[in-house]
Design a protein around this ligand. Structure first.
Ligand SMILES: *Cc1c(COP(=O)(O)O)cnc(C)c1O
Length: 466
């Protein structure tokens, strides 16, 4: 029987014995946008992809991102061992379901849900899914209330600041709710209680306050917004809830600012979202949504199916989802405890202060965020005549750093900022390197700017990546 060269046994054996980088697949150009017609050795497939990733940014040096880049080896083992576990099979994977419920209970306790409250919560893919769940629930609850009162329910709005994350604008667009976006001030990057109450009316499904904005990491004045909203609701008979987007801050404030009121201790706070994969210290793929009271989630949003052989009732946007990161979250709760989270968060803040001091010592920048919120250093150049923030971050990229240059939202959009989020993997040794590279970047830019210079503008409307 005729065999082709490639399939002759001795040829095949030679191929298998060849060193990875001596193999045919490495020599050939692999089709990129069509599936290859033949299979390949798994080691080669691995190598090809792993090598390609070497040319992109290093997540550990990505100061733009809030998302976790390190976990304990034991957490990684747990995650690896459970990558094939699908969280939707709740009846089958009962321990996982119970662990998710424990996480929700732990978070309700951290967020100070009243002892007698029947809170409800669930895991999500991230804060994006979590806040959509919250928005959908508040919209439906508002509609039911309006219908009971015999009033029109066709013009829902949601009140929030321009400092909200882009996912809120997505929510408004996808779920057809008018976004009432409160502008910022040229020198103040969060919203005020007064502006919020001015924007609220009987068609407001919820007010959103952010605990750690994506631009400067600062906290909206949640308590003041709460009090103003309480007074407004009392006066008008409306029942406009306050949602706290605690994507970052909900995993920071409970540990290092325990007396700061932002959570279910405040009367109008009805729901809170948090990103387990940001300061919850878990790898990407986990967020949480909690409601103060199960009654805040209309029953008609829970959907049942028996497609898996048992009755499954859920309120979520995704069906299948990995269980591994839920287990990773519970691992951190057990492993770190409150004490561990507190020490890590304190450390992050101290590192952020250290980084800020070093960068400010260049004399070329000012810090525009306060030190009390998300551990981040947000700077602007004192002098933007000859070079701008985009030039500085381009220079930092030469050393492997990803630092975003971003324009703050209107009406603070004359500010071009550079934001550096301090994550768990960012040590003081790394801070020293970033400070040195920053100083060098400035020096080089100054040295090369002897001629009149036209700064590269920052792309309009560029959103921070986080
Ligand atoms: C990151 C972030 C989001 C989006 O959350 P994901 O967990 O990335 O889906 C929403 N709001 C704020 C304030 C954030 O920081």
């Amino acid at each position: 029987m005729a065999t082709t060269t490639a399939t002759r046994p001795e040829e095949r054996a030679r191929e298998w014995l060849a060193p990875a980088y001596g193999r045919r697949e490495i020599e050939r150009r692999i089709p990129r946008d069509r599936m290859p017609s033949d299979s390949m050795d798994p080691r080669i497939a691995y190598q090809l992809i792993s090598d390609e990733l070497q040319v992109e940014a290093n997540p550990a040096l990505n100061m733009a991102s809030f998302v976790t880049t390190v976990m304990d080896e034991e957490a990684e083992r747990l995650i690896m061992e459970n990558l094939g576990r699908n969280y939707i099979d709740k009846e089958v994977y009962r321990s996982t379901t119970e662990i998710e419920e424990r996480c929700v209970n732990i978070l309700a306790d951290l967020f100070n849900a009243p002892d007698d409250s029947e809170f409800w919560g669930t895991a999500a893919i991230g804060s994006s899914e979590a806040l959509m769940i919250a928005g959908v629930a508040h919209k439906r609850r508002w509609r039911h209330r309006r219908e009971e009162q015999g009033k029109p329910a066709d013009r829902p709005n949601i009140v929030m600041g321009r400092d909200v994350h882009i996912t809120w604008e997505k929510f408004a667009r996808y779920f057809e709710v008018e976004p009432r976006l409160i502008p910022l001030h040229p020198d103040e990057y969060t919203i005020t209680a007064e502006a919020v109450t001015d924007a609220v009316d009987e068609n407001t499904i919820a007010v959103v306050g952010v605990l750690g904005t994506s631009y400067t990491g600062q906290y909206d004045p949640i308590e003041e917004i709460n009090d103003a909203l309480e007074a407004l609701n009392d006066r008008t008979g409306w029942d406009v809830p306050l949602h706290v987007d605690g994507a970052s801050g909900a995993f920071i404030a409970p540990f290092i600012q325990p007396d700061f009121g932002w959570d279910f201790r405040l009367s109008q706070v009805r729901s809170i979202n948090a990103s387990g994969h940001k300061f919850g210290l878990v790898y990407p793929g986990i967020g949480w949504i909690l409601f103060r009271d199960r009654a805040d989630v209309p029953e008609d949003l829970f959907v049942s199916t028996n497609v898996l052989g048992f009755k499954e009732t859920t309120f979520s946007l995704n069906f299948s989802r990995g269980a591994a990161m839920i287990l990773g979250q519970y691992y951190n709760f057990l492993r770190l405890g409150r004490e561990g989270y507190r020490r890590i968060m304190e450390n992050l803040h101290e590192t952020a202060e250290y980084l800020a001091e070093g960068l400010l010592a260049t004399g070329k920048v000012e810090r525009i965020n306060d030190a009390e919120s998300v551990p981040a250093v947000v700077l602007r150049l004192l002098d933007e005549e000859r070079y701008n923030a985009s030039d500085v971050v381009a220079k930092l990229a030469e050393h492997g750093w990803t630092v975003p240059a971003l324009t703050l939202p209107p009406d603070a959009d004359e500010v071009d900022a550079m934001r550096m989020v301090v994550k768990e993997n960012f040590t003081r040794t790394m801070a020293d390197k970033l400070i040195a590279d920053f100083g060098e970047a400035i020096e080089k830019l100054e040295a090369s700017q002897s001629e009149p210079y036209h700064p590269r503008p920052i792309e309009a409307g560029k959103k921070p990546i986080c």
